[in-house]
Design a binder for this molecule. Structure first.
Ligand SMILES: [Zn+2]
Length: 59
């Protein structure tokens, strides 16, 4: 394992050894990857979710 690895979330290179949040650079990126922030106030107001209920394939 290399001494430094890129964070899968923010691509920031960080030390692998001694990092409690690895493979992420920080707890923040770990939470982002887990999707935790989706329920922690990160909302897109007025942005409709891309639901494909009426899936019209006009090919
Ligand atoms: Zn990161």
């Amino acid at each position: 394992m290399p001494a430094e690895v890129p964070c899968p979330v923010c691509r920031l290179r960080h030390a692998w050894e001694g990092n409690p949040h690895r493979p992420f650079c920080s707890e923040r990126c770990r939470l982002i990857d887990l999707g935790t922030w989706a329920g922690e106030g990160y909302r897109i107001p007025g942005d409709p979710a891309p639901h494909d209920e009426s899936d019209s394939d006009d090919d």
